[in-house]
Ligand binder design. Structure first.
Ligand code: TRP
Length: 334
């Protein structure tokens, strides 16, 4: 707890451009959680270097991501928005937790197996211990809740296991975090293959709408969105393309699928796709405008970055000192 609020931690990687799926599925919900919880939202750049990055590119993307957090509506005075690399406690705690994590556990991580396959020329130890760093992120702030997508559930489980193991040896050091399963975000699928999640790393640029795509690009991508040959707009499993478009429309308008289906009843697919495209463009426009404004205000952003890194460092330091003492490191002489 900080004050009378429970603590929430989440983070995103600055690899690839954020998609509409990241926005509707995660970021938009983060905003709605920020009144209820004391929130730490990190740009997890330490995680990013588990695969090769171009340094200038990584720096730029990280700044854009941090700016987008704010542009999407997260108030940086209320939420701690910061770069993971600015708080050294993440790496320090990660090392300690590595010594409390079994290789057998890490061997079971499906994301590691996937990534090792994808980056077979660079299966480094960081990729392998990625879940431990993620555990350190969460435990460092004594987070009660962690909003994550289903692809990260296994990492949250291992976080809980590591925390419980540590606590059973040293007493109550870590809060055991829960997945945030409240009003879950929309699960947005690829526009080109509705059986796959919309992804930042999709090679097909038409599969994903990026948060910073301009209106024409957005409309063009929706025009090309894959549907089916059933020529009817209804919400069911046999029509995953149409259902995805309805999900997107509903997430933008807060309407229910039933309302949306009624609205587009009798309409052709072409008209429906354009309407969804327009709605998405309208939804993203204010975020894009704010992003442009913020990007120009270097001084303001720098101040936010500095202050929030200090705030994060303060809470991280408290946990880290406790952990260091528990495992037997000597006290510092002041
Ligand atoms: N691994 C997460 C992802 O790729 C990002 C992440 C890193 C994270 N640390 C975290 C998410 C801590 C939640 C909590 O999506």
């Amino acid at each position: 707890m900080i004050g009378d609020k429970k603590i929430l931690f989440s983070g995103m990687q600055a690899t690839g451009n954020l998609t509409l799926g990241n926005y509707l599925g995660a970021l938009k919900n983060w905003v709605s959680l920020s009144d209820q919880y004391e929130c730490f939202y990190s740009v997890v750049d330490l995680h990013s270097i588990t695969v090769r990055q171009n340094p200038a590119e990584l720096r730029k993307r990280a700044r854009n991501l941090l700016t987008l957090y704010i542009a999407a509506g997260l108030d940086p005075e209320k939420n701690c928005i910061y770069y993971q690399s600015h708080v050294s406690g993440h790496a320090e705690l990660s090392w300690i937790l590595c010594c409390f994590t079994y290789m057998g556990e890490l061997n079971r991580m499906t994301q590691f197996k996937d990534k090792a396959k994808k980056h077979s020329d660079n299966i480094n130890a960081g990729l392998y211990t990625y879940p431990v760093l993620m555990a350190a992120d969460i435990l460092l702030y004594q987070a009660d809740v962690v909003p994550v997508g289903s692809d990260q559930m296994q990492h949250l489980e291992i976080t809980r296991d590591i925390a419980q193991r540590f606590n059973s040896i040293y007493g109550d050091v870590f809060t055991i975090p829960e997945a945030y399963l409240g009003k879950s975000g929309a699960r947005i699928m690829s526009l080109q293959d509705p059986s796959k999640k919309m992804s930042k790393s999709d090679e097909n640029v038409n599969a994903s709408v990026y948060l910073l795509d301009d209106r024409d690009t957005i409309l063009r991508k929706f025009k090309r969105a894959v549907t089916d040959s059933m020529a009817s707009i209804s919400y069911n499993e046999e029509q995953p393309g149409i259902r995805n478009l309805l999900d997107i429309y509903c997430a933008c308008t807060q309407k229910t699928p039933e309302e949306a289906v009624k609205e587009f009843d009798q309409k052709g697919y072409g008209e429906f796709k354009m309407a969804v495209g327009e709605t998405v463009a309208d939804t993203l426009a204010p975020v894009q405008k704010r992003f442009e404004e913020l990007s120009k205000d270097k001084e303001y952003l720098d101040k936010i970055i500095k202050e929030n890194a200090e705030k994060a460092g303060y809470y991280a330091g408290k946990t880290l000192r406790k952990v260091q003492k528990k495992v037997g490191f000597p006290e510092r002489i002041r």
